[in-house]
Design a protein around this ligand. Structure first.
Ligand code: URP
Ligand code: ZN
Ligand code: ZN
Length: 461
């Protein structure tokens, strides 16, 4: 008789290509059998009747324990990955920030100290280059071989931004070495101009953070990054697109056959610049970069997700307690930038995407898992349900109804921007490499059991 460590029975298995009813046999952390029925086989049974079985979510944009804006993001690799697991995400790719004067080797060492033996789900690491020089250039090929195959450059933020010269050198060298360049695209000088002007005029409230970063400030930088990538014959991935001004640039480039890819995040699909008008200092909860836009951009972003202008929904999870946000009570530029979201991405995308008819189940899987696995060099180990893959699986109850409140979440922060949202459909069991790590919104796995994922060659999709 066939025996397995775990058998998931009677679920509706959804992958990027198919929806089928069946059973999944798991051994030593891997999917070893998928069949119509594993009747009679031995193993711990999980009954998934009436539930969807999705590939574990992959969130390729998180900031755990990140030094930023004079403080640290409030989730570290322990708390943040527990929250991710409870929300159906089984892999994150976090951004290691190169401290000025340090090498890339130093940078990954710092980030591995934050993540190794702490992360509760599997994790990869991108490298943010802030201080480019010849030594760093020489390190790139080797660091890619070690599994750090993607790099990000900030086109804004004092202390981290790079100029176009560095962007070009990175695009060329990373591409030559088989890696992928990502950018945070906003025009530094536009922001600087408005910021100085508003502060001089005594306009210090959180909403001026958004007003100082207009949509075209993002659109211009995205367009420029794409053109530089084109000159360098390099693929490019644009993080956190928020609006028409940026997605139209990506769409145009893709129509012409250029290898440009991009993501958006739930905050840009479900929240708007109206949130900055909330009373008191509440607008600070939504201070992030790029900022929230007007709601006319929502259908534009959905269209981008539907027609593959955008391939991924990540979270840009970067939480700060209200107390930390209050560093900017008298000056919006001192409010730490970022919002939580790692725990709610899957349910929000299911509710507003699949349930409300904007995307199919297959597209949901692509946007939340498969495409990130492909683009960031983890496919097919991750991002699908097939024999030989890691048994990273979410059992998702499409009928579970709830009202979101931060009190029921595991993120280490005292609010959620989605407070009061009513949704239907929630992950009820999450398996990471075959082990149940979360059940009904509670983490039950082993702290530190997540493994570092050595990522391979990025795929252009
Ligand atoms: O406001 C944000 N997005 N904070 C995190 C850092 C970044 O720019 O992605
Ligand atoms: Zn960013
Ligand atoms: Zn980010």
């Amino acid at each position: 008789m066939e025996s397995y460590d775990t058998i998931i029975k009677n679920g509706i298995i959804v992958t990027e290509g198919d929806t089928v009813k069946g059973d999944i046999g798991i051994k030593k952390g891997k999917i070893v059998t998928i069949s119509e029925s594993l009747q009679g086989a031995e193993g711990k049974i999980i009954d998934a009747s009436g539930k969807y079985i999705f590939p574990g979510g992959i969130d390729p944009h998180t900031h755990m324990d990140m030094p930023f804006c004079g403080t640290f993001s409030s989730d570290d690799f322990i708390t943040g990955t527990k929250a991710a697991a409870c929300g159906g995400t089984t892999t994150i790719v976090d951004f290691a920030i190169q401290p000025k004067g340090k090498t890339l080797k130093d940078t990954v060492k710092i980030w591995r100290e934050k993540s190794d033996k702490k992360s509760c789900i599997d994790y990869g690491i991108h490298i943010v280059i802030t201080d480019m020089n010849d030594t760093i250039m020489r390190e790139i090929p080797d660091i890619i071989k070690e599994g750090y195959s993607s790099f990000k450059l900030f086109m804004t933020y004092d202390g981290m931004k790079v100029d176009d010269d560095t962007l070009m050198k990175t695009l060329m060298h990373v591409t030559r070495s088989g890696g992928l360049t990502c950018v945070h695209a906003e025009n530094y000088y536009v922001i600087d101009y408005y910021t100085k002007k508003f502060l001089k005029e005594g306009k210090i409230e959180p909403k001026y953070h958004a007003i100082s970063r207009p949509e075209l400030c993002e659109g211009e930088a995205v367009g420029r990054a794409i053109k530089l990538a084109q000159i360098c014959k390099a693929p490019l991935y644009i993080v956190h697109n928020t609006c028409e001004a940026s997605t139209s640039e990506i769409a145009r480039a893709r129509e012409r056959g250029y290898p440009v890819m991009g993501e958006t995040c739930p905050q840009y699909l479900f929240l708007s610049n109206e949130n900055y008008e909330e009373p008191g200092f509440n607008g600070s909860k939504y201070v992030m970069s790029p900022p929230l836009r007007n709601r006319e951009n929502w259908p534009v972003l959905w269209k981008g997700l539907q027609n593959n202008t955008l391939q991924v929904v990540s979270t840009d999870h970067c939480p700060f307690f209200i107390k930390q946000k209050e560093m900017g009570l008298d000056d919006f530029t001192k409010i730490p930038n970022g919002v939580p979201g790692v725990e709610l991405r899957m349910c929000l995308m299911y509710n507003y995407g699949v349930r409300e008819g904007r995307i199919s189940l297959q597209r949901f899987v692509e946007l939340t898992s498969t495409n990130a696995a492909k683009i960031f060099g983890m496919y097919p180990q991750k991002g699908t349900i097939a024999v030989g893959c890691d048994a990273d699986i979410v059992i998702f109850d499409p009928n579970k109804e709830l009202t979101i409140t931060h009190k029921n979440l595991n993120e280490n922060v005292d609010y959620t921007p989605y407070e009061g949202f009513k949704i239907k459909g929630y992950p009820i069991i999450t398996l990471s490499q075959g082990e149940i790590v979360a059940k009904y919104g509670k983490f039950i796995g082993k702290e530190g059991a997540g493994k570092f994922i050595k990522r391979g060659k990025p795929k252009i999709i």
